[in-house]
Design a protein around this ligand. Sequence first.
Ligand SMILES: Cc1cc2nc3c(=O)[nH]c(=O)nc-3n(C[C@H](O)[C@H](O)[C@H](O)COP(=O)(O)O)c2cc1C
Length: 355
Amino acid sequence: MVPDYVISGNDCPAGWSDPKKNSPVSTEFSRTLNIDVPLICGAMYPCSNPELVAAVSEAGGIGIVQPLSLSYVHGYEFRAGLRYIRRLTRKPVGVNLIIERSSKKYLEQVHRWLDIALEEQVPFLVTALGNPRWVVDKAAAAGVTVYHDVTSRRWAEKALDGGVDGLICVNNRAGGHAGTLSPQQLLNELATLGKPLICAGGVSTADEFSSAIEAGYAGVQMGTRFIATRECSAHPDYKNAILKAREDDIVLTEKISGVPVSVIRTAYVERIGTRAGALARWMLRGHKTKHWMRTFYTLQSIWKLKHASMQGAHYRDYFQAGKSVSGITEIRPAADIVSGFAAALNLRLKPGAMH
Ligand SMILES: Cc1cc2nc3c(=O)[nH]c(=O)nc-3n(C[C@H](O)[C@H](O)[C@H](O)COP(=O)(O)O)c2cc1C
């Protein structure tokens, strides 16, 4: 696959387009959104506080708002929260919409969030789960870009049928609900679809970021790395657990939401195990009981994760994180991460620096 990035400098290799002198490396993704660095701070329930979202956008990447996190965890009415972020940065931010249809009430809420996001002129939406067609129809009329979370070619094709502009490729190293394929396997499966692909999972260092862009990704979405920042308001116990954890400390647990979620194996997680109980598994299989069990799990996960993130080990240490913990050794300002990654990318892809 020919990478879609544009590099700075005068001496542009064949196939790469019109470099502007001294401009940062750009990709189709960063050019579409008019941002300097093709780096996303992914939506994180409960860790996406407004200051973190704004800091990443202000530094030249793009921060994604998680509506439930903004309202239920951080206490902002959704529109007021977006306006607060606007006061912190004039640069583009995105909104994450989890569009699963399991609850009518929840879906009505998602419709309201979408309408407000469009009224507030948010330029970028990241949808997850479900068919994004109805979101794309509304967003396209407003000139808004929509990317969808996918874990395989099958889901990618469905998302493209729904009309999305690009794909967030969630791999098997990601925090939150991880995929099953490696970053390279996803790239191989999805490159021929001809849409910009974002690598989500396993990236926490400047070198890994540059490698993902060099391999052909149009951008990178990080979650775990941005929890260990000054701007993230998660409890210090949570941040310290990320600094201490190694890759093999990350385990998948079904205990929080009924489906596997990546967490740090703390003493608490070890004690209670990672498998859903027998009754829960039976209910999740049943046609009639599935819906009730999913609703119970959703409410439980909203509650548990909020308290773990705010109260740290005083509550129960459910610290969601991905395998990228291995590259995270200090708490840094979000802007340093974005600018450090941009500098490394420019250096790696500058003519003459290419191997
Ligand atoms: C604590 C946490 C919460 C997350 N919550 C969401 C979410 O609400 N919606 C979503 O689409 N992705 C969510 N994700 C996934 C991230 O947006 C991102 O894709 C992922 O963290 C990338 O992997 P990394 O953690 O290795 O950087 C979450 C990830 C983490 C670590």
